[in-house]
Design a protein around this ligand. Structure first.
Ligand code: NAD
Length: 508
């Protein structure tokens, strides 16, 4: 029987439309097509592939309003959030790769050691092949399109599975790629739940790029390991927000309100744990309470916070809050629910035994505690199994950079929050449970290609290491090693090299 994926309005919980889930045959066919289309796609130059990208970018601009309303239908987030985090971030990286990919992926000459006389060496970059991209619902456009285009520029073909929670955005992405004229089979979309995601790994893609929760990430990696398929995992976070007493407190307060409540806290790089230096904590909390009163939740005109995506997520947030309060946290703003909309919850006097500090809450909850000095701040921030992003606030930049170096995190923003993920020049990814691998920036593009190293010999005589072995050769090689790595002076070394060369050339 045909399976349907319902599109549900997160504000009301009502089903508004549906898309067809891919069946087994469609999944198999998609991978056959993907593997077939690879032949021609990988033979194009990087510059030629970038032309398709440019067309895609132009089509995003042409369809901007429609893309925004589709993402809104799927997620309920505010237009500004969609424009900034889904569209702008995607276009930034698309343009960055259009301009830089040919250089990042160009053939690179490498040095060749002296003993390989008359040789030269280089590295060239080859695609993995077919890449399965599995994406989450929270930034459904950016987190599907960015890995997909990066894989495509590298010469891979892509099969994307958008989240079943945001199927309309998945359809819109498919339409945009079709409109941009990518050759048939180069980019395809399969709609479905995690079951389709699992089957997409069983079809033996050459790489899996997964963004989502830690538990799903483990399943993806386990399944991929059976076929030795390389995986890249962009997983959850539990990011610290650290405010030193010498920070600009007004700015830090506003930064936190954004960092903790953007997309209603349903953000992998959301500020999930707040540490304020003891001397300024009182001032910080007073200002924070006032600032939180200004945040608008839902409604018909402009608002900052949209709905929480599903009932299950609301229950998890509630559980974290209630449990923290039972364990001694002080609730400074109540847990207030209006349908699927939640008001921000401010918690004081929290500690690291509470799940609200240990786990990813993924909601509008701001748990705050205090510290004294760099050592305690770093100790608290690193006391977590996660390591995605971090935010450090101080007017003393040297100190803040020192703290950033000590943090166990993939990314860190000093005196701001969250939007470092939007700098296309920087690699992005997590350490510890937050993931494996990097995308964005030159490193991110290179994670979708494999370096192939090539050496070319210009010699016409027998090589020194070739058979037959004899005592004279053994002595010469021992002399070579001692000359190369020994403590002899420069002139002596040169003299030895010349005599060695003669000995070795005279081998016959
Ligand atoms: P999720 O793990 O529930 O789902 C992600 C995707 O995996 C979906 O497309 C889903 O259908 C698919 N999936 C589910 N089970 C699968 C399986 N067994 N095999 C293959 N695919 C399967 O995550 P979500 O709720 O959509 O997203 C929220 C999570 O994603 C949060 O933890 C958040 O922190 C994380 N996230 C991380 C980043 C990052 O860049 N590190 C970015 C955004 C979101």
């Amino acid at each position: 029987m045909e399976k349907k994926i319902p599109a549900v309005n997160p504000a009301t919980g009502e089903e508004t439309a549906h898309v067809k889930a891919a069946d087994d045959k469609q999944i198999k066919d998609a991978f056959k097509k993907s593997k077939k289309s690879l032949e021609n796609w990988k033979d194009l130059s990087v510059g030629q592939r970038c032309k398709y990208l440019k067309r895609f970018r132009e089509n995003v601009l042409e369809d901007l309003e429609d893309i925004v309303s589709t993402i809104k239908e799927d997620t309920g987030k505010s237009d500004i959030e969609i424009l900034m985090s889904d569209i702008l971030a995607t276009l930034e990286i698309t343009k960055y790769y259009e301009e830089n990919a040919p250089d990042i992926l160009k053939k690179e000459k490498r040095k060749t050691p002296f003993e390989f006389r008359k040789n030269y060496s280089y590295v060239e970059y080859e695609p993995y092949g077919t890449v399965s991209v599995i994406s989450p619902w929270n930034y459904p456009f950016q987190l599907s399109v960015v890995p997909a285009i990066t894989a495509l520029i590298g010469g891979n073909t892509v099969v994307l599975k958008p989240s079943e929670i945001t199927p309309l955005t998945g359809e819109k992405i498919k339409e945009l790629f079709e409109k941009s004229g990518f050759p048939e089979g180069v980019f395809q979309v399969l709609q479905g739940t995690g079951e389709v995601g699992e089957k997409m790994i069983e079809e033996k893609p050459d790489k899996v790029f997964f963004t989502g929760g830690v538990e799903t990430g483990k399943k993806v990696m386990e399944k991929a390991s059976k076929q030795l398929i390389p995986v890249e995992l962009e997983l959850g976070g539990n990011d610290p927000f650290i405010v030193f007493k010498d920070a600009d407190i007004d700015r830090a307060v506003k930064g936190l309100v954004y960092g903790a409540l953007a997309n209603s806290g349903q953000l992998c790089v959301s500020s999930e744990r707040v540490y304020v230096e003891r001397d300024v904590k009182k001032e910080f909390m007073e200002k924070l309470e006032k600032e939180l009163e200004k945040v608008r939740v839902g409604g018909n005109s402009t608002y900052e916070m949209g709905p929480i995506i599903r009932e299950k997520q609301i229950e998890k947030i509630k559980e974290h809050v209630e449990e923290a309060v039972l364990e001694g946290a002080e609730m400074l703003t109540d847990f207030e629910r209006n349908g699927n909309f939640l008001k921000p919850v401010l918690l004081d006097k929290v500690d690291h035994d509470m799940n609200v500090m240990r786990e990813e809450t993924f909601g509008p909850v701001i748990p705050v505690t205090s510290f004294k000095g760099i050592e305690e701040a770093v100790g608290l921030a690193n006391d977590t199994e996660y390591g995605l992003n971090a935010s450090v606030w101080s007017e003393d930049i040297e100190k803040a950079e020192k703290v950033a170096s000590k943090l166990e995190t993939g990314n860190c923003y000093i005196n701001d929050v969250v939007k470092n993920i939007g700098n296309p020049h920087l690699p992005f990814g997590g350490v510890k449970k937050s993931g494996i691998g990097r995308y964005h920036g030159p490193e991110g593009l290179k994670s979708f290609v494999q370096p192939k190293s090539v050496m070319v010999s210009g010699n016409t005589i027998d090589e020194i290491n070739w058979f037959p072995y004899d005592k004279k050769l053994c002595k010469s090689i021992a002399k070579l090693i001692k000359t190369k790595y020994g403590k002899k002076g420069f002139l002596k070394k040169i003299k030895n090299y010349f005599s060695l060369r003669k000995e070795m050339l005279g081998r016959d």
